[in-house]
Design a protein around this ligand. Structure first.
Ligand SMILES: [Zn+2]
Length: 58
């Protein structure tokens, strides 16, 4: 078969979560995520997305 052994960059497969309006924590995470985006730091972007998704809201 063909050689498909090259490493694949794992990107976030889900759409990025939207920060809850009026939530300071989500706002801060979204800001961090934007900075990580600008820096090309995809693992940090993913971290921020995970935290955004997990942040509970009433
Ligand atoms: Zn929040």
């Amino acid at each position: 078969m063909s050689g498909m052994g090259s490493p694949v960059h794992l990107r976030e497969p889900l759409p990025e979560p939207v920060p809850a309006e009026g939530c300071d924590v989500c706002g801060a995470l979204a800001e961090q995520r934007a900075r990580a985006h600008a820096a090309g730091d995809w693992s940090k972007v993913t971290d921020c997305n995970v935290e955004l998704r997990r942040h509970p809201h009433p």
